[in-house]
Ligand binder design. Structure first.
Ligand code: ZN
Length: 329
């Protein structure tokens, strides 16, 4: 396969702190020989494991970008053993636009793996992570939150994997992150995910959902900062004491955990995030915006558990994920 068009002046094998860019040539009307410049920090200190830390895989999720900017500005080489690669704004064009997907090509980076070196800009970014950055990593932490259309209880997550030793490494790193909640996650759509790409390469992988609604809060930024540091300590990269915190474990036994809207309309949430629900209990109602005097459609839970996510905007469309329920394990 051809080389990536992305270049960098970073020397991934050098010790010390380097701040630079991944430079993706992007010729366009307002810059004939222009480029997308994706900031990157690499901190190295001798032999040891490599952590790859990423935010803004989706451009409207801000805990990862903030926590990783702060880490990149403060992490010293003397504090670590091995290497830390920090990319706070993976899909930089999407971040700058405040959108989930790239305004250039509509690309949803987290559905485009393994990407293509000769594809769209978003496919080229995916390809660079797939063939250049992921192979360098031992542990990968990708920080998501709900973006403009979803809200989550703050959790770190790992997946059930065929390789049980790898699964155990991922679960241990998820617990080390010490978010208020930990989730053994059943993906609705695993094809093309960065998660799937990292796991297929045998990496220890942790993802998160730390809030949502297209904004952020001191609490969720703090959870991201603490979690990243705790994983680096857990992997023996950062020499420090982990910050302990209680985490409650949830599982997702099957697709009864996902509730989808089958109507368009006004959404009335009936259960708070993090609250317990029983099968049959109404989680939300959808009201017609076309006429008054008709009953709303009620959406009951189909499994006992805890409300871990819900649709954020006041309007909902048929097909939207309305709510997600996790089951305490
Ligand atoms: Zn995301």
């Amino acid at each position: 396969m051809q080389d990536s068009p992305i270049g960098t002046r970073i020397d991934f094998n050098a010790d010390g702190v380097q701040h630079g860019h991944l430079k993706l040539p992007y010729s366009r009307d307002d810059s004939a020989w222009g480029a997308i410049m994706i900031p990157i920090t690499v901190v190295g200190n001798g032999p040891g494991p490599t952590a790859l830390l990423t935010g803004a895989n989706h451009g409207d999720e801000y805990e990862g970008p903030l926590a990783l900017c702060k880490l990149a500005a403060t992490l010293d080489a003397e504090q670590i053993r091995g290497r830390v690669i920090i990319v706070p704004f993976m899909n930089h064009p999407a971040l700058k636009a405040g959108r989930r997907t790239s305004p250039i090509d509509g690309g949803n980076l987290n559905r485009m793996f393994p990407g293509r070196p000769d594809g769209t800009p978003t496919e080229k970014i995916a390809d660079y992570f797939q063939r250049y950055l992921l192979p360098m990593a031992d542990v990968v932490v990708d920080i998501h939150s709900g973006g403009r259309t979803l809200e989550f209880i703050p959790f770190a997550a790992a997946h059930l994997l065929k390789d049980k030793a790898q699964e155990a490494r991922c679960m241990a790193a998820m617990h080390a992150f010490a978010a208020p909640w930990s989730l053994i996650m059943l993906e609705i759509d695993a094809i093309g995910l960065y998660d799937t790409a990292a796991e297929a390469l045998g990496k220890t992988f942790v993802t998160t959902e730390l809030g949502g609604g297209g904004g952020t809060s001191p609490e969720t930024i703090g959870i991201a900062e603490r979690g990243v540091r705790n994983v680096l300590i857990h992997e023996s990269i950062l020499q420090a004491q982990p910050e302990q915190a209680n985490t409650r474990l949830l599982g997702m036994p099957d697709d009864r955990c996902y509730l989808s809207a089958e109507h368009d309309g006004l959404l009335e949430p009936c259960v708070g995030l993090g609250c317990e629900v029983r099968a049959g209990e109404v989680v939300a109602r959808i009201y017609s915006t076309a006429r008054t005097g008709i009953k709303p459609v009620e959406y009951p839970a189909s499994i006992d558990g805890v409300l871990l996510a819900r649709h954020h905007p006041g309007l909902i469309q048929m097909g939207d994920t309305l709510a997600v329920i996790g089951v305490p394990t």
